[in-house]
Write a protein that binds this ligand. Structure first.
Ligand SMILES: Nc1ncnc2c1ncn2[C@@H]1O[C@H](COP(=O)(O)OP(=O)(O)OP(=O)(O)O)[C@@H](O)[C@H]1O
Length: 305
């Protein structure tokens, strides 16, 4: 079976009078299997949206090729478009339509009826707000509505561009449940995000993008595992004198910082057992490596959201 997406060596440069040349996408290649949950993770301006728009067939690359479900998205074919779901930015809504009217409009474009529109409102948890105008919906509700619109045609492949941007952490987590379900139903999902945690929580595989290029691809666990980074274990100072801390560290780095003793270890189980035996677990925190450390490793830059 063809892959869901095959992208080879995409390039796109924007030329503006004020901005000069911006190489937004600079040789991007990746492959997404059917049923996969694939994430493109990168800071603002990394080139995620441009890449996604090219893959969706909304923007033409300067060079490179895209195959979606075995076909080229360019020029448009109605057959292919009907198998794709693209989440539009919430700002693309018709402000004066209610949530239900909005969705019915999209349903019609896909040759679907009112029942399908209502079913989608239900699916995204907006049935109670069916008669609320789009402009009156909260940020999270607008994102839900735009996701419902992308699902109305029962797509095999769904593209979500920063679906939880500008939401508070609770609303973001609530949306994760919905997004996970879309993938659990067997649909391939491609999502862009600049939230590390989101990529780690949702994606089977992640491409880390920076300055127009993909710097690393793999499952979050693979990417983090490949770092071979130590676990940082901190406890409140005052429970251990410096000699005892050094003895427990056994040659590994240990330092005192903001009233805490901070160890870096590759054998967290041993250290935790010894700290527990010393009765020195007050104020314990354990931090393993995460995608932020991977970003630093592959780009040489600190991650800034
Ligand atoms: N239409 C455009 N004209 C000129 N420059 C553009 C255009 N769209 C994007 N850019 C520039 O191309 C680069 C990549 O932008 P893009 O929107 O693809 O990145 P992104 O990773 O999606 O970031 P964001 O999360 O901020 O949207 C940026 O430097 C951006 O300023």
């Amino acid at each position: 079976m063809d892959a869901a997406i095959e992208v080879a060596d995409l390039r796109k440069t924007y030329r503006g009078r004020r901005t000069g040349e911006v190489r937004a996408v600079d040789g991007v290649s990746f492959r997404v299997e059917r049923g996969e949950f694939f994430g493109i993770l990168g800071p603002n301006g990394a080139g995620k949206t441009t890449t996604l728009e090219i893959v969706e067939g909304l923007r033409k690359p300067d060079s490179g090729t895209v195959r979606l479900l075995g076909r080229s998205p360019w020029p448009h074919s109605p057959e292919l478009t009907g198998r794709l779901g693209v989440q539009l930015q919430a700002s693309a809504f018709f402000e004066f339509l209610t949530a239900r009217e909005q969705l019915e409009t999209f349903a019609k474009l896909y040759g679907e009826g009112r029942e399908r529109a209502m079913a989608m409102l239900d699916l995204v948890g907006l049935a109670d707000s069916a008669n609320v105008r789009a402009e009156k919906l909260s940020g999270g509700q607008k994102q839900r509505l735009s996701i419902a619109c992308s699902l109305v045609g029962d797509p095999e492949l769904v593209f979500l561009d920063e679906p939880t941007a500008a939401l508070d952490p609770q609303a973001r987590r609530n949306l994760w449940d919905l997004i996970r379900r879309i993938n659990d139903e067997g649909r391939t999902v491609v999502l862009t995000t600049h939230y590390m945690e989101e990529a780690e929580a949702l994606c089977d595989r992640v491409a880390i993008m920076d300055a127009g290029r993909i710097r690393a691809t793999g499952s979050p666990a693979e990417l983090i595992g490949s770092l071979d980074a130590p676990t940082r274990i901190a406890v409140a100072a005052g429970q251990l004198d410096a000699d005892r801390a050094a003895a427990l560290a056994g040659g590994d780095p240990v330092r005192e910082e903001d009233g805490r003793v901070v160890f870096e270890t590759r054998d967290p189980q041993k250290l935790l057992t010894e700290l527990a035996a010393d009765g020195a677990l007050q104020g314990l925190s354990v931090r393993t490596a995460n995608l932020e450390d991977v970003f630093l490793d592959v780009t040489g830059r600190e991650w800034r959201e």
